[in-house]
Design a protein around this ligand. Structure first.
Ligand code: PLP
Length: 406
């Protein structure tokens, strides 16, 4: 029918727009002209506001001369060795990562995750139909931007409460797998904090390999676990080889250094090589003094333990103050609350009202997801609340949330 075809086209165009539109820009538009009803607490951006490690300034001072030269694209030998060593300490790997061939420095994981989609498309091209990129839904926008610029179909697998917010990877049909160039995983997940079990990782990797598909594991929350369960990394679930698997990580969340813009990609040697080739003509290099800070950060776990402790205290507060309001459920990892605000209306209405009446800036869940083939947006009726401030501000924010319209 012409009418429904047009509706489908409009939805498609809107979704494509949504793939490359920042949720924060949309939020600014949503709240334009509204004054916060109480002193503003910004809970929208996932930017840790914990203290930076004390070694940052002295390390930069010692290596200041490095700003006088262009850095090598791949990262310094020292940086790559420190990442390989950290990976071996953090994970039970089948063998040590080769720092020369299997590690690359990134300006934070975001640009890496975006460019990875382009590289996968260059390597795999079109195989058996329109190339596809599979992401969890909701998902971090950089995955969708990669799909958009490569002209790939973005297939968003819903991650719903009923399945502990883990997408049903078994449901991917063979026809789709044949043309899928990459599957993005996020564990612990932004926004729900769910952790992918080892068996799920193993199954996804095994199936991806069967079709030559890449698995891009976004693990930037890997160090923020809130209970006793330490998240399994994709590189641990690879079997004897790292083929087809790339882990992306950074110091933004682990070391409270979102402004350092330093992270890495590690895994499949052939992919890393093709990736470095493209990056060599397209991506900015990472300044060497910043890589030195990263080396210091990857050599120290004390500041990471302090960070985890602080997040646990904040989630203890959330458990105490919210109880089960908004269907609150303590996540396994990450630093977000993913709250069902159905009782306040839809997620945009809730975000506007929380801003207007309680001075809380939160992200409507639908801005982080897209409408699925079932016509539903799995983020609708949810809000994302980033617990990134200190304990005092967090307690005030949680108290306002807990008493809102009660
Ligand atoms: C799920 C997820 N992946 C990747 C990133 C990118 O972080 P960075 O580029 O600072 O490493 C973020 C940042 O908020 C994120 O939430």
């Amino acid at each position: 029918m012409a009418g429904s075809g047009l509706a489908g086209e409009n939805q498609h165009a809107q979704d494509r727009q949504a793939n490359v539109r920042s949720p924060f820009v949309r939020l600014t538009e949503l709240l334009a002209g509204i004054e916060p009803g109480k002193p503003l607490i910004n809970l929208s951006v996932g930017e840790p506001r914990h203290p930076m490690p004390s070694f940052v300034a002295p390390v930069i001072a010692t290596h200041i001369g490095g700003f006088a030269k262009y850095p090598m694209l791949r990262g310094t030998d020292r940086f790559r060795a420190s990442v390989a060593n950290w990976l071996s300490r953090r994970y039970k790997l089948p063998r040590a990562i080769d720092p020369d061939k299997e590690v690359l420095v990134l300006n934070g994981s975001r640009e890496g995750l975006f460019l990875a989609g382009i590289v996968a498309k260059r390597i795999l091209g079109e195989r058996g139909g329109k190339p596809a990129i599979i992401v969890p839904n909701p998902f971090y926008p950089a995955y969708g931007a990669g799909a958009e610029v490569t002209g790939c179909e973005l297939v968003a697998l819903p991650a719903r409460r009923e399945t502990n917010f883990i997408p049903d990877y078994d449901s991917i049909p063979d026809e789709l797998m044949k043309r899928t160039i990459a599957i993005y995983l996020c564990s612990p997940a932004n926004p729900q904090g769910s952790v992918l079990p080892r068996e799920t990782l193993e199954k996804v990797i095994t199936r991806a390999r069967k079709y030559g598909t890449y698995v891009f594991a976004d693990e930037c929350y890997s160090e923020i676990w809130l209970g006793d369960k330490v998240p399994t990394g994709a590189l641990e679930a690879c079997g004897a080889k790292f083929d087809n698997v790339i882990s992306f990580n950074s110091l933004s969340k682990r070391s409270n250094l979102p402004g350092l813009r330093c992270g890495f990609a590690a895994g499949d040697e052939k992919f890393i090589s093709a990736y470095a080739e493209l990056r060599n003509v397209s991506a900015p290099q990472v300044p060497e003094p910043l890589q030195e800070v990263a080396i210091a950060a990857y050599s120290d776990e004390y500041h990471v333990e302090d960070t985890r402790k602080l997040y646990r205290q904040k989630f203890d507060l959330a458990d105490k103050l919210l109880g089960q309001r908004f269907n609150h459920q303590r996540p396994e990892g990450g630093f977000f609350l993913w709250l069902d605000v159905t009782e306040l209306g839809d997620d945009e209405t809730a975000a506007k009202d929380l801003f207007k009446d309680a001075g809380l800036r939160v992200v409507p869940g639908s801005y982080l997801a897209r409408t699925g083939s079932d016509g539903k947006n799995p983020g609708a009726n949810y809000i994302r609340v980033a617990l990134v401030d200190d304990l005092k501000i967090t307690e005030e924010a949680l108290s306002r949330l807990a008493s809102f319209r009660k």
